[in-house]
Design a protein around this ligand. Sequence first.
Ligand SMILES: CCCCCCCC/C=C\CCCCCCCC(=O)N[C@@H](Cc1ccc(O)cc1)C(=O)O
Ligand SMILES: [Zn+2]
Ligand SMILES: [Zn+2]
Length: 522
Amino acid sequence: MTERSAKLNILKFVKIVSFSLLLVILGFFVAATVRTLTFDVNAGLQLAHWEKTNNIASDINQHQREELLANFRDAIRIPTVSTTETQLNTTALREFDGLLRKAFPTVFSSHLVQHEVVANYSHLFWVPGSDLALVPYMLLAHIDVVPAEERDGWEAPPFSAKEINGFIYGRGTIDNKQSVMGILQALEYLLIRGYSPRRGFFIGLGHDEEVSGFQGAMNIVRVLKKKGVQLAFVLDEGLAVLDGVISGLEGPAALIGISEKGLATVKLSVSKAPGHSSMPPRESSIGILAGAVKRLEENPMPRLFGEGPERGTFEHLAHKFRLPLKFVMSNMWLFSPLLGRVMERRPDTNAFVRTTTAITMFNSGVKVNILPSQAEAYVNLRIHSAQSLQEVLELIQSTVGDERVKMELVDGFDPLPVSSYDETSFGFQIIKKTVLDQFPQVTVAPGICIGNTDSRHYTDLAKDIYRFAPTWFRPGDAQRFHGINERISKKNYEELVVFYFNLIQNCDIKDLPSPHSAGHEL
Ligand SMILES: CCCCCCCC/C=C\CCCCCCCC(=O)N[C@@H](Cc1ccc(O)cc1)C(=O)O
Ligand SMILES: [Zn+2]
Ligand SMILES: [Zn+2]
């Protein structure tokens, strides 16, 4: 270590110690004057007795291990790519239909399962329960994937399902064919072992989620509405088990999405008379638009960290941080502005701090010597729970601040309602129990899904919508999502099958334990 770097390290250490001291002193000062400080908001978890059920054990033998993996790899090899609402690979979607029927013969032949194809390529399954008094639930996943090109830097061709060091590589391995195949594989094994549910359930597999779900999910919802269906809860893709992803957190965290951010896709355009490039005006359509886009990037939306349900995430996880972070997380009412400033430094954590602004498309010009008549840019914003679509549109307009820039809302909606996650919340507690039974080392917490899912179309059918699958994300894995080298370990895929196998059976529980009874931790 050089003298200079040693000095820097000492300086860093002194800074951290004085910063921690400052936090504690500040905390006590505010506590004395305003309200009570807590050392650990999550310390008083209730213990409870779960209803005894005779769940079928989820043992997987070697033959099944090979079979489930082969089915999954076949699914990855079919390029069910959605590019735009009108550009879907319908040949691949049809082939995928054939694969499902071949891979899950019991699901498609059992008298216990009703199946229908919706909007040509989506699938709706209904498994009635024996107890009609129990409100059914629904599992969702999507068949389509975003485009992928090997030349972008993939270690294996994106539709090869190649195995490298125990991982299956391919587009769709974590978004979201692991759930499509995991759910149906679990149902196949349950049916083979003679299971018939007490609580009925639906499975919805959309074919156009990656381009908004206007055909698949929306038509499945229409079918269900016509039947007058109401759902106890919906479980869709979304958050995951984060292992080593949240700095300072001891052990992995399973974040169950209780809401998702809103969305605004805005088209900005500038029109100018075309002409010869030898006589350019002082400002071109491209220059005016570039200025507007630059202002949007330089003026991010306000920091709102702690003003939405993300506050609950950190309060739930607080007891898994060491001091002084444990103290900070337990007193979010005081420290969230400070935490927001730290979190905004990384793109993945900034997503929880504010409405994010991404310029995703920029088009103009047709020839080197023609002044472009039109320049257009698309801005894709993900709206924080504490803001509305209308507020965001007004902020964009004032930041752009140029009447020559036309603004058009292409697609948009408010942040989704927050689903319940307290001790009386059936869906949340059943998902949590299933996760903890399988992964006892994990801390379960509510989270905000920063992307959008098909489940947003289901708000009229269910008050409680959750976004989660036990896909394990380690540092760097979030970048594989819609990125290169998307992959899942063979072990993790098997765990997903087991998770759905147990979840379906756990949903047969009639009532949650009363919060004050002793026994299993809720
Ligand atoms: C506490 C900080 C830890 C940070 C760790 C971050 C982990 C992130 C993990 C997962 C990423 C979340 C992805 C959610 C699923 C999103 C699925 C998706 O891509 N949906 C599309 C849907 C869509 C919406 C609008 C359109 O016009 C087309 C498609 C999306 O873009 O959101
Ligand atoms: Zn997805
Ligand atoms: Zn996706």
